[in-house]
Structures are given as structure tokens and as C-alpha cells.
Design a protein around this ligand. Structure first.
Ligand code: NAD
Ligand code: TYD
Length: 351
């Protein structure tokens, strides 16, 4: 094998697309996927690659120092792509400590394991930390997030991700650990757990359940198809400049209510329902506490320096996504049990 790469959180939504891309595109790389398999981790996401000779799955927790020590002893990693995290803002509001534990302590543990293993020779190594645009706060007065934007996280989720970003940068400045960071806008696509907006709305339209819109639905997100995010990670991992940050986004801003209405129309057509049928399911519910108004990314640096561009329009991406959920109802069925249902009932209190 040319090199061995550790991907954390590879059984989750974005991680599974990154694992698939790397396993298929680089048969000469051994890809080790470390995941704790929380409610968000699902090995069904990786059925198509699980038997590939260059893929290995390890069930472990990034907050467990002993496991990481053993793993770095067993494999000679030359790269780490770190996605493992608690990732849902609403859950961070009800249970902040879990986010601080996983996202801050877990990242510190992983940094320590890489530093310990690589300290005699940093050449050829890279620790790539995957983060979010939410660390920059909320764009209330126009403009875009760039690599220069000051951090201003406002939810326990974004604050814990900001903490992890700071640690990664500190290990670069203090110890010279070769790091990369990227901060991406909202992702969507196949395999996303149906607690996040787009898969939740698709699932609810499918099952004729109400469509919960927080507040007035005027909050704006910049949406990027998950495979385009994975493609950006590929170029950053291989050609990004150590110690630098890259912001990634789709230049694709949508108000939540407009996006939900768009999905209603798209799915009415695909499901052969009368026009306007699904829109009747829309319900305005209690707003999220501290709900950030707008996120939007300027991805100019990544485009100019590394030549990355999103490959799909939003319409193409949403079509693919809806088709995937319609064709994979069994996948949806499997995740729509247990923890998710209990959480769902607690979360959605109508106004
Ligand atoms: P996800 O919740 O779908 O997946 C997270 C994965 O991490 C799961 O497989 C889970 O089992 C695993 N995990 C959680 N705690 C762990 C632990 N202690 N040890 C090992 N594994 C653990 O999340 P996602 O949406 O795929 O996001 C992946 C990463 O990308 C996160 O770091 C997130 O902050 C970042 N990100 C997400 C988005 C987005 O829109 N979803 C946008 C930008 C950045
Ligand atoms: P989400 O997918 O949770 O991503 P994030 O909060 O990390 O951006 O939510 C996207 C937007 O959709 C956000 O403004 C909150 C809103 N939202 C709803 O209006 N209803 C919902 O049921 C959910 C889950 C989100």
C-alpha cells in the first residue's frame, strides 16, 4: 500500500461519502474508518465498499485515549481526515456536554495520538480537520464568511467545533503538527440522517407528516451537495497548504421556507400527487433557541488556489437526493426507530 489513511466518523453522512471516494479512487491507499457508531453512524452507508481489500472498519471512540494509542501503534498512518463529531445543533441545545466531550476532547485526543506517533518525522504527514461554517456565527448584515472571518460561534455545537478548530491550529503553531482545516456550509445528499432539514422534510412528505418550519422560515443556509464537499476534501487533503484554512460552500443560498416549498413541488411531481398537496403539511413551530439567521460562504480561495468548483446545480442535487430517498426506503425505515423517534417527539412541540 502506498499510504495508510485514518478517516474518523466514516460511518456518518459526510464521512461515508469521503470513505467511498477514497477507497474507489485510490486503490493504493489503505483506508481505515474509525467510528463509534452513535445513532448517526450507520454501516449500511458503506455496504458497497465494505469488502474492498483496501478498506478496514474499526469500532472505537475518539475520546478513548487507549484505543487511539493502540490504533496508531498498529498502523503507520500518514494522514488523518477527522470528521467524527456530534453534529446536530438541536441536540447540542438539549445535551451540550456530549458535544463538548466528543468534539473538543475527542479532537484533542486525536491530535495527541497523531503528534505522539509522528513527532520524529512530520514530513509526508497531514492531519486534516473537517469543520463547519457555523463557527463564524450568523451573517445578520449581508456579506460572506471567508478564511479571515473572526470566530463567533453561538450554539453549543458551533462552539464545540470552534474549540476543536482552535486546538488544531494550536498544535500547528506550538508543535508544528502539519494540519489543514476546512469550514464548509450545509451539506445535503444521500445517507443524511433524517433529523437534518432536507432529509427530514423528504421523509415527512413521503409519509404525509407535518413539515416543521422553525420560526418564520426566513433563516438562510448555503447548500452544497455532499459529493462536492468530498471532492473539495480530496483536493485540500492532497494539495492544501499546511497550516491553512479553506472555506467551502455552494454559492447557493436558500430561505428555509422557499426550500421546503421547492421540495414539496418536486415531490408532488415524483409521487404523482396533486400540485399543492404537500404544501398543506407545512407547520410553523417554535423557533430554535439562538437560531442563526444566515450562513453564506465565499469559496474563492479554494476555487482560485486549488481549482475546485461544485459539479451540480441545486436542482440536480435535490433531484438526485429525493430519488435516492425514494429508492432507499428500507434505509430510511432502519434509521427511523428507537432513539430517533423518542428524540423526535421531544423536539417538535408545536406553537
Ligand atoms: P454525522 O452526525 O452524520 O456523522 C458523525 C459520525 O461521527 C457518525 O458516524 C458517528 O457515529 C461518529 N462519531 C460521533 N462521535 C464519535 C466518537 N466519540 N468517536 C468516534 N466516532 C464518533 O455528521 P456529518 O453531517 O457527516 O458531519 C461530519 C463532520 O462534518 C462533522 O465534523 C461536522 O461538524 C462536519 N460538517 C458537517 C456539515 C453538515 O452539513 N452536515 C457541514 C460542515 C461540516
Ligand atoms: P439543520 O439541517 O439542522 O442544519 P443547521 O442548523 O446546522 O444549519 O437546519 C437547517 C435549517 O433548517 C436551520 O435554519 C433550522 C431549520 N430547520 C427547520 O426549520 N425545521 C426543522 O425541522 C429542522 C431540523 C431545521
Amino acid at each position: 500500500m502506498e499510504r495508510t489513511i485514518l478517516i474518523t466518523g466514516g460511518a456518518g453522512f459526510i464521512g461515508s461519502h469521503v470513505v467511498r471516494l477514497f477507497v474507489n479512487k485510490y486503490p493504493g491507499y489503505r483506508i481505515v474508518n474509525l467510528d463509534k457508531l452513535t445513532y448517526a453512524g450507520n454501516l449500511e452507508n458503506l455496504k458497497d465498499v465494505e469488502l474492498k481489500p483496501n478498506y478496514t472498519f474499526v469500532k472505537a471512540d475518539i475520546t478513548d485515549t487507549g484505543s487511539l494509542h493502540r490504533l496508531f501503534g498498529e498502523y503507520e498512518f500518514s494522514g488523518v481526515i477527522h470528521l467524527a463529531a456530534e453534529s446536530h445543533v438541536d441536540r447540542s441545545i438539549t445535551n451540550p456536554m456530549e458535544f463538548i466531550h466528543t468534539n473538543v476532547l475527542g479532537t484533542a485526543n486525536l491530535l495527541n495520538a497523531a503528534l505522539e506517533s509522528w513527532k520524529d518525522r512530520f514530513s509526508g504527514k497531514v492531519f486534516y480537520h473537517i469543520s463547519t461554517d457555523e463557527v463564524f456565527g450568523s451573517l445578520e448584515n449581508g456579506g460572506y464568511f471567508t478564511e479571515q472571518t473572526a470566530y463567533d460561534p453561538r450554539s453549543p455545537y458551533s462552539a464545540s467545533k470552534a474549540g476543536s478548530d482552535h486546538l488544531v491550529r494550536a498544535y500547528f503553531n506550538t508543535y508544528g503538527l502539519p494540519v489543514l482545516i476546512s469550514n464548509c456550509s450545509n451539506n445535503y445528499g444521500p445517507n443524511q440522517f433524517p433529523e437534518k432539514l432536507i432529509p427530514l422534510i423528504i421523509n415527512n412528505i413521503l409519509n404525509r407528516k407535518s413539515l416543521p418550519v422553525y420560526g418564520k422560515g426566513e433563516n438562510i443556509r448555503d447548500w452544497l451537495y455532499v459529493e462536492d464537499h468530498a471532492a473539495a476534501m480530496d483536493v485540500i487533503f492532497h494539495r492544501g497548504k499546511k497550516g491553512e484554512t479553506y472555506t467551502i460552500g455552494g454559492s447557493n443560498e436558500w430561505k428555509n421556507i422557499d426550500l421546503i416549498r421547492f421540495l414539496c413541488r418536486l415531490m408532488d411531481k415524483k409521487l404523482d400527487r396533486s400540485p399543492g398537496d404537500s404544501e398543506k403539511l407545512i407547520r410553523f413551530v417554535k423557533d430554535r433557541a439562538g437560531h442563526d439567521l444566515r450562513y453564506a460562504i465565499d469559496a474563492g480561495k479554494l476555487k482560485k488556489e486549488l481549482g475546485w468548483e461544485p459539479s451540480l446545480t441545486f436542482e440536480q442535487g435535490l433531484n438526485r437526493t429525493v430519488d435516492w430517498y425514494l429508492e432507499n426506503r428500507e434505509w430510511l425505515q432502519h434509521v427511523l426507530t428507537g432513539d430517533y423517534e423518542k428524540y423526535y417527539e421531544k423536539q417538535y412541540v408545536s406553537r
